[in-house]
Write a protein that binds this ligand. Structure first.
Ligand code: NAD
Length: 321
């Protein structure tokens, strides 16, 4: 069994590699070459933590396994640890024997940022100039860094429920050479692309905050009960997702579905756009919404890449297990 510790991931996995792995696995999910297992995600009644398992099997890439972990909201304040904690386990698809244990914290951030980036590549208008951020926590910095590579953005505007956190994303914009402005939610209408990545259970983004023609990637809602955007926005947008089953049960679409405002058939796989079986955006006025719920196959894809790279570079720890 190979172990790749968390501290080695930064030196192994690039944003570009994560993007490629995630784009490929979304395409495989859509053509039937890979599938996710149902998600387990529980509020464990301790430290306000959400803990669970996301797994799947990618027959095309021959990756089988799961990510165990979750979200501990008090970690940073109490322990100086990031709020997300996770580990990926890979198994040999031929025998079921465990083959690798890989630190999943940075990989989660990279694969989640890659997912919204893949959605921007395939769904945002080509002439997008203003990038809007709602959220300024740990994931938001990765999201913004990756998104800025997808279009020639000239400006970043940002809003956060806790305004004191905005310098986190301002720093990322400035490092990428793009000016940043803190704005009200009303001014999100100026954005051509919006990413929301918050842990809220009550929507911040109302339908009137999003202008026609915008692409919005809703990345924070990954659990039953969470909600970042008003349900009315989903009726006005063409809705895409990583996986329909997750989108309608634990993703942003869960609320519009439960209220009967949209049907399951209104939620489309991003993989189908990548494969060319769905046209994606069809006009400059269309609002496209990507409901990025986070699938286990994303984790397996990036973890499998990391294991290969760690072996190649001679830094994989081999354990007789
Ligand atoms: P974090 O704790 O570092 O940041 C939380 C963010 O949410 C901050 O911007 C904070 O201001 C905002 N927020 C908190 N309470 C709010 C409220 N009531 N209203 C509006 N905003 C509020 O967390 P993080 O690591 O950046 O993760 C953010 C979210 O992304 C979490 O909900 C996490 O579960 C989710 N996530 C999703 C995926 C995925 O694949 N879709 C992957 C990783 C994380």
């Amino acid at each position: 069994m190979i172990i790749v510790p968390e501290k080695e991931i930064a030196g192994l996995m690039t944003r570009a590699d994560a993007f490629t792995a995630v784009e490929q696995v979304f395409a495989s999910m859509s053509n039937g070459g890979a599938y996710n297992f149902p998600v387990i995600r529980e509020a464990i009644g301790h430290e306000d933590a959400l803990y669970g398992f996301k797994g799947g099997f990618d027959k095309t890439g021959m990756a089988l396994g799961l990510k165990a972990g979750g979200y501990w909201p008090n970690n940073l304040a109490k322990h100086g640890l990031i709020n997300h904690q996770s580990t990926v386990f890979l198994f040999d698809p031929d025998t079921g024997k465990v083959s690798a244990m890989v630190g999943g914290n940075l990989l989660t951030a990279l694969r989640t940022a890659a997912a919204s980036s893949v959605s921007i590549k395939h769904l945002a208008r080509k002439d997008a100039k203003v990038m809007g951020m709602v959220g300024a926590g740990h994931q938001a910095t990765f999201q913004l860094r990756a998104a800025l590579e997808q279009r020639n953005f000239e400006k970043v505007i940002g809003w956060n429920y806790h305004p004191e956190m905005l310098p986190n994303i301002e720093k990322v914009a400035n490092e990428a050479g793009v000016p940043f402005e803190a704005v009200t939610l009303e001014r999100m209408v100026e954005a051509d692309v919006v990413i929301s990545i918050t842990s809220t259970f009550a929507p911040s983004i109302m339908a009137h905050h999003i202008a026609p023609g915008t692409h919005i990637a809703c990345m924070g809602t990954d659990t039953k009960g969470k909600q970042e955007v008003e349900t009315a926005l989903l009726t006005q947008a063409t809705v895409f997702t990583d996986e329909v089953a997750q989108s309608i049960s634990i993703g942003e679409a869960q609320h519009a579905i439960a209220a009967g405002l949209i049907k399951q058939a209104d939620v489309h796989e991003l993989g189908a756009v990548i494969n060319g079986t769905h046209p994606g955006r069809t006009s400059d006025d269309e609002i496209t919404l990507f409901d990025g719920t986070g699938v286990g196959l994303q984790d397996l894809a990036v973890a499998a890449s990391v294991v290969k790279l760690a072996i190649e570079k001679g830094i994989a720890i081999e354990v007789d297990f």
